[in-house]
Every structure is written in C-alpha cells, then in structure tokens.
Design a protein around this ligand. Structure first.
Ligand SMILES: [Zn+2]
Length: 455
C-alpha cells in the first residue's frame, strides 16, 4: 500500500497554483472556432492542462480539441478517471471572491470550477504523479480523461466514443459524491405537442410556464378570450384570476425543485391546468385540459399516465412536466421522466407513447439516457468502497440517484467523489469553492482508487 500523502503535502502549493491557473481561464462553452469546437477558452483550458501534465512527466494525448488525456504505466488494459474542464457561467452574487481569479483564502480555493470539476481534475493529476513518483508499477495503464463539454451536453465523450477513443475496463468520475453512486435512473427528456382547434366561447391565447424540462415550474400563466363572468368560475388555492380586455388571465404559483426530485416541489403548470379545467371549455381545449389536469396534474409518479413503477434499489419512476408553451394554436409540453435503475427503455417507452397518444399528443422530441446500475457485489463497487472506507474509517454503502452524472458518458464508470456526506455544496452557485484539505484528501483517495483498480 503506497502512501501518497507525503508527496501530495509536499506539492500542495504547486497543486493549488496549477488549479488556480485553470480557474483563471473562463472555460464556459463558446462559439466553435478552428481546433476549438466548444469555444476558444475551453480549448485553451485543455491545452493548459495537457502542458501541466507533460511538465509532471505524464504522457498526453487529445482528440480533436474535445477530449484530452494523460496516462501512466503500461499494459493492454486501461482504467480511467474522467473529469471535465468546462464550467457553467459565473452567474450573479459572488461576494467572497471573483469567479475567475483562483483566489486562496480561509483554507479554501474559490472560483467557478473549483469543485466542479477542475479541482478534482487537478487532484487526479497529482494523484497520478504521486504514484509515478513512488515507482508504482500498475498492471493496467492509468488514464485521466479531460472532457470539455460535460455541462452542456456531453458531446465531448460522445465524440470520443464515436471516433475510436479507447474505453476503460473500469473507472470512475470524481464529479458526483462520496461514498459512491452505483445507480443512476434512466431519463427520457421529451416534448409532446397537440393542436387545439379553436371552438366555443373560450379561446386559449396564452399558456406558458417553466424554464427547463428538469426543473419543477414555480410559475405558469394562461390567458383566454372569454366571457367576463369566467373569472368567478375558478376557485383554487395558489391561483389568481385577473380580468383583462376581452377575457381573463390565470396565474398559478408552484414550488421549484430539481426535476429528479419533483415530489419536493409543486408543479405550477399542473395547477394551472386544474384551474382551467373548472371552466366550461369545449372541443379540443376541453379535452386537452381534462387530460392535463386528470392524467398529469400535480402527480409526480405518473400514476394516472399508467407509468407508475418502482424497484427496491432506486425507488419510484418520477415525472416532471417542466415547460409549457402555446403558439399557432399548438400546445407544447416538455418532460423529464426518470425510471428506476433496474428497468429498461422497453419497460417505459411503450407506456409513455400510449399515454400521450390517448391524450391526443404527438411526440416531437425525445432524448433517452439509459439507466446505469452496478450491484453492490460487483468488482468496481467493492474496490471503490474499500478505498473510501480505508481512507475515512467509515463504513459506507453505495447509493442510487435520480440525477444523471458524467459516469453515463462512457461505459464501466461510476461517480466517486468529490463531495463528502454533509459537506456544503456550492457547485453551479456563487462563491463556489473547494477546501484545500478536501482537495488533498480527494487526491489521496483518487491515488488509492487508481492503485486499487490498476494494481
Ligand atoms: Zn461536473
């Protein structure tokens, strides 16, 4: 058992400077340029990382400016650590430090990407350098893959897969949490539309709500051209009706939550549909609101759509109606539907199609991410948990989540770290930081995990 901590402690300042230099490059996706498919800053960040790896004596490679890697050791087989160098935009509200300065203070390194995922990427590089320095001879090559498009679609790893990039026999991505995520639900991101031929005294002129399919909408609004007395027909909690010229405006409040846990929110679009269905509508509009209110409404498990299912390890299928839009007499709804980790596309998709066909809706967009699951007794789960337990002295159990991580982007990976249970999470928020001690601790765990998988 190699102890990498002395090397990591000795290189603490260098590691921090390395990370700060990457944080100073605002690698938010930008316009494609020659050799920079995700924008110049993203490409610059990847080049910088590869230069730093070379300086540490690691072999490097890259594919089309989309994915880079560094590698150590020999052997037919390869194990991988996958991290990403792109970041989400800084956003508003930074008070402790500037988002792209890489400032170290109060035992923390601040900046966009410090935790997600430049910090873990640099921790992995120093972990590998530490193993090399200790003369560790792995039986499998150890490769750190640097992706550049995790935040905006994972086209980096899709490209790597499609263009002959070598696949690991096992690996992990420090872009999730500890102890270990061994299951991620399957996800349908889909859009359904239906034309509503105008008829009767109630005409829909506006119906909209939500910001994204994977967020529970906190607000939705509709406007109708209709008789003035309509306002008195709607009586519902958290719904307000305002007379407007020639009709009414109906607004519904909800509670936002992440689309992977819709039961923690309240769906404003479902609430709005329920309110509208109290009106004496006719024709397509009546049908459609009855379907929306009755089959979807505020439900989060798809019961009335006929989608309800669960498994022991990951729980219920969840449905989130994320956005609604109405234009050219056509209503368009987007959903994020997440199914249990031991189920397959075939368990869900035919039911989904049937449910919306019955409501008169046509599918106009569909993206499917298969579920990911490795049972607790599998080799990768056992080895990574053993590393975590040895490093922390805590007995640990793997867990399944509704969200999708970077682990889904290539086969044989699980999300392992960098966030410890109970730690403050500031990813994608202002004042993102990583504690310097946590950074070093991560590097130590990553080195042990590399050795456990490659040794
Ligand atoms: Zn990330």
């Amino acid at each position: 058992m190699i102890d990498c901590m002395p090397y990591l402690e000795a290189h603490r300042d260098e590691l921090l400077e390395h990370l700060a230099s990457l944080i100073r490059i605002p690698s938010v996706e930008g316009a494609p340029a020659p050799g920079a498919p995700f924008g110049r800053e993203v490409a610059r960040c990847l080049e910088k990382m590869l230069t730093l790896c070379e300086r540490l004596g690691l072999r490097t490679g890259s594919m089309d400016g989309r994915v880079g890697w560094c590698e150590y050791g020999a052997g037919e087989e390869m194990i991988a650590v996958l991290a990403h160098l792109d970041v989400v935009p800084a956003g508003e509200g930074w008070t402790e430090a500037a988002p792209f300065a890489g400032e170290v203070k109060n035992g923390r390194i601040y900046g966009r990407g410090a935790m997600d995922d430049k910090g873990p990427a640099v921790a992995a590089v120093y972990a590998l350098a530490a193993l090399k320095d200790a003369g560790f001879v792995p039986a499998r090559r150890i490769r750190i893959l640097f992706g550049t498009n995790e935040e905006t679609g994972c086209q980096d790893m899709a490209w790597y897969r499609a263009h002959g990039g070598e696949m690991p026999v096992m690996g992990f991505t420090p872009d999730g949490e500890y102890p270990l995520i061994n299951g991620e639900k399957g996800i349908f991101t889909c859009t359904y539309t239906r034309r509503l031929a105008p008829s009767g005294a109630y005409r829909l002129t506006r119906f909209e709500g939500g910001t994204a399919s994977n967020v529970v909408p906190a607000y939705a609004a509709a406007e109708l051209a209709c008789p003035a007395e309509a306002a008195a027909r709607i009586a519902q909690d958290k719904v307000t009706v305002t007379p407007i010229e020639g009709g009414i405006r109906v607004e519904a409040q909800g509670v936002s939550a992440h689309g992977s846990t819709p039961e923690q929110g309240e769906n404003a679009i479902g609430r709005l549909a329920a309110a509208l269905s109290q009106l004496p509508l006719e024709g397509d509009l009546a049908d459609c609101m009855a379907f929306l209110a009755g089959r979807i409404g505020m439900e989060t498990r798809g019961e009335s759509l006929g989608l309800a299912m669960r498994d022991e390890v990951s729980g219920e299928l969840t449905v989130n109606l994320g956005t609604a839009a109405f234009a050219d007499d056509t209503l368009s709804l987007s959903f994020s539907i997440r199914y249990p980790v031991t189920k397959t596309k075939d368990d869900v998709y035919p039911r989904l199609t049937r449910a919306f066909a019955l409501g008169g809706f046509a599918e106009t967009a569909l993206h499917h991410d298969a579920a990911l699951y490795l049972p607790p007794e599998s080799e990768l789960v056992r080895r990574l948990l053993a590393v975590y337990e040895a490093a922390t002295g805590e007995k640990a159990a793997p867990k399944c989540i509704g969200g999708g991580t970077y682990a889904k982007s290539i086969p044989n990976l699980l999300a392992f770290g960098p966030i410890f249970p109970g730690d403050v999470v500031r990813e994608h928020q202002p004042d993102e930081y990583m504690e310097v001690d946590r950074l070093l601790q991560n590097a130590g765990i990553i080195a042990a995990a590399m050795a456990a998988l490659a040794g």
